[in-house]
Design a protein around this ligand. Sequence first.
Ligand SMILES: *Cc1c(COP(=O)(O)O)cnc(C)c1O
Length: 398
Amino acid sequence: MSSTQLNEAPRDSSAPAHEIETLLGAGAIRPRPVEFTHGSGARLFDSEGNSYIDATSSYGVASLGHAHPKLVGAIANQAGRLMALTPSFANGQRAAYMSALVEALGAPFSRLFLCNSGAEAMEATLKVARLKTGRTEVVACIRGFHGRTLGALSATAEKAYRAPFGPLVPGFTHVPYGRIDSLAEVVNSSTAAVVLEVIQGEGGVRPAEAKYLREVRELCDSTGTLLAFDEVQTGFGRTGDLFAFQGVGVTPDLVALAKGIAGGFPMGAVGMTEALGPLPPGSHGSTFGGNPLACAAAHAVLDVIQGEGLCARARGLGEHAMARLREGAGRNVREVRGRGLMIGIELRGAVRPALDALFSRRILALPAGRNVLRLLPPLVIDERDWDTVIDNVLELTA
Ligand SMILES: *Cc1c(COP(=O)(O)O)cnc(C)c1O
């Protein structure tokens, strides 16, 4: 077959968007048969004008909800001034954001690497750990998720994500999450880093105990191993603290950030402690990383989270929801877990039917594995919409 024949697949541009995307997309994701055209706060609207409650924030990304006026204003303003600027030249917008983010992370964090996604933040974290320790081994956790590029994927344990893509990066070991004895068996003076999430997200919304994290910190200190937290999903107010590590009182050496960082604008960052010192010039980089537009968006997000008390809001709405979910849990609910507005409801059976039923009631929620229903609503969701989500989840998991 010639290449022109291959290109003759129907591409009627008046076909529904999901059909075109299914046909022309790489195939790894099949969009559902609905097209969303715009959003406002925690609401999304489809092409027929129906309103949905978004309890996903697109995987925790749209933390200020959709079309937040301060975020839209910051992006529009910066887009009209300067969008692209390589990190080789300085920019006031970038410098201001870096100051604000270092301040938000708090001591001992003193340096940042800016990039464009969670996987990139993890790649930088892994490279910095190897570079700074001169060691190659990395220990991560079963059920952890760190992204899909080859380095980040090597840190991710789940076979379904890894299987077809080997050989992956050598030097990675996975141990059960939450078990200090398993970790102590493999961490030693050749371990560059221990990498884990403060609350495992994709792996089922599993919070680590503070005691475990303190013991991990001690183990790392006693072996000269760096502790890296992947806060790509838990960062920026999601768990009721600006960063989840601040809530548990255990400070890592490296922290990877993305998802909610810029409210939907693509961005990632790595926070590094003072003791790590700077990277050698030219040792790592990113063409788009730290562009003024992303920095303006991220700065607006940080200002709104801090200025409008969204961490406390996430904590309050989360406690309210978890109390209701635990109290009202029906036979199909095995456990309710989470912190702030990162909530997992583990079911006795598969979660897909409950998600489909929620969708038909125009509520968007997420899975986390086969049998956990995950809620990651915008931090600005109003109380009535949030109670509607909880009412429906209770009804559909009874
Ligand atoms: C989503 C996620 C990633 C990957 O982020 P991308 O922006 O999709 O590359 C990494 N770690 C955690 C904990 C995540 O939730």
